[in-house]
Design a protein around this ligand. Structure first.
Ligand code: PLP
Length: 371
């Protein structure tokens, strides 16, 4: 039998004993308050219909990296479309949001540069930062005073400074104080990187994201839009200047050294953008969000959020797991987020609202978790 290293076995035993052991499930309770399919694009069939008529003329595989044999006019045209939609000079498609963040942060900040990031940024941004040779400091979540302090102390010692935040935090649902961060630019020179993974499809004109809603698109060095959430498909794009795109094509290893997305995925991205324009789903989702907030406003166990992600803090891995099981038995699919994904005592139920959820379902869920 092939042996498995003892130390790794011990790590598995440890997570099991702490109720932190992860497994993969193949079926889920039917009332979905968990997936990131905020607008129902992946399920409704609308996107599939638009894509399937075009599939006959596409290849099933892209055959190589985009720098070798995997590129096509479909990629180029879709990137032009994405850039235009997000009011940027350029867009570059990556195979996933994880790849986009990894490739951006590992290649752009250089030795002698400084990265300042919110403590709650996504693992893909953290891993990109770990691969970079720049110096890195974290500031506590949404803490502008601490960010200002770090800038004041360190700005003179570094060549370039990159600030990395999310417009909607995936495990909290709240937003970075983007306007306040940009006010710091009056005193310090920095480049702002905003991950809009959970904001596309929810905020802004026709779902363009929170940077659009706040009218700060042109103030961002780079914005990341991912397509596996509200857009109901797969992949991601980094938008920014033409030089940024040129730089990433030449230096971003998760872009260069991988087989490009198949054409099917690229067509899906284009069609998902077309669905977004004049989408009625956004309007219904906004009504659900506002209804949820009205009902939970007075309860401090909920993290305040204007996004589709709402969290109720339920301290303790066992306690939050039990609540997830109780809801699952009633056919509600709501995921518990346990430590170490979140800090101890900050374990939570993560509730994702969708355009296909009914008001009755939302009210029933609130009743079940608050009574
Ligand atoms: C904030 C954020 N950025 C990036 C990603 C990664 O995106 P993808 O799922 O496309 O790899 C995620 C998804 O988990 C996310 O929540």
């Amino acid at each position: 039998m092939i042996s498995f290293p003892e130390r790794l076995l011990n790590k598995l035993h440890e997570v099991k004993s702490q109720n932190k052991f992860r497994t993969l499930k193949a079926s889920y309770p039917v009332i979905d308050f968990s997936s990131n399919d905020y607008l129902g694009f992946s399920k409704s069939g609308k996107l599939q219909q638009r894509v399937s008529s075009l599939l006959a003329s596409t290849n099933s595989g892209s055959t190589g990296s985009r720098l070798i044999s995997g590129n096509s006019s479909l990629f180029n045209n879709t990137e032009d479309y994405i850039a235009q939609f997000h009011h940027a000079e350029s867009a570059l498609i990556f195979n996933s949001g994880f790849d986009a963040n990894l490739g951006l942060l590992s290649s752009v900040p250089q030795k002698g540069d400084l990265i300042l990031s919110d403590e709650l940024i996504h693992a893909s941004l953290i891993d990109g930062i770990r691969l970079s040779f720049a110096t890195h400091y974290k500031f506590s979540h949404n803490n502008i005073a601490q960010l200002n302090d770090l800038l004041e102390r360190h700005h003179a010692s570094f060549n370039e400074i990159y600030i990395v935040v999310e417009s909607v935090y995936s495990m909290d649902g709240d937003s970075a104080p983007l306007i306040k961060i940009l006010e710091l630019a009056k005193h310090y020179h920095f480049h702002l990187i905003v991950d809009e993974a959970h904001a596309i499809g929810i905020f802004g004109d026709q779902g363009r994201g929170l940077c659009n809603e706040l009218n700060i698109e042109d103030k961002c060095f780079a914005r990341i839009y991912t397509y596996g959430k509200a857009m109901g498909c797969h992949g991601a794009a980094i938008v920014g200047s033409k030089q940024l795109k040129d730089y990433l094509i030449n230096f971003s290893r998760s872009f260069i050294y991988t087989t490009a997305l198949p054409e099917h995925s690229v067509v899906s991205i284009k069609k998902a953008y077309e669905l977004l324009i004049n989408s009625k789903e956004i309007t219904h989702l906004k009504t659900l969000i506002s209804n949820f907030n009205t009902q939970t406003m007075a309860d401090n166990s909920f993290i305040k959020s204007q996004s589709a992600i709402h969290c109720k803090i339920v301290p303790g891995n066992t306690q939050v797991s039990n609540l997830e099981t109780k809801l699952s038995d009633l056919n509600f699919f709501v995921k518990s987020i346990k430590s170490p994904t979140v800090k101890e005592n900050q374990e939570r139920l993560r509730i994702c609202l969708h355009s296909f959820n009914t008001i009755e379902e939302v009210n029933q869920l609130i009743h079940l978790i608050t009574s």
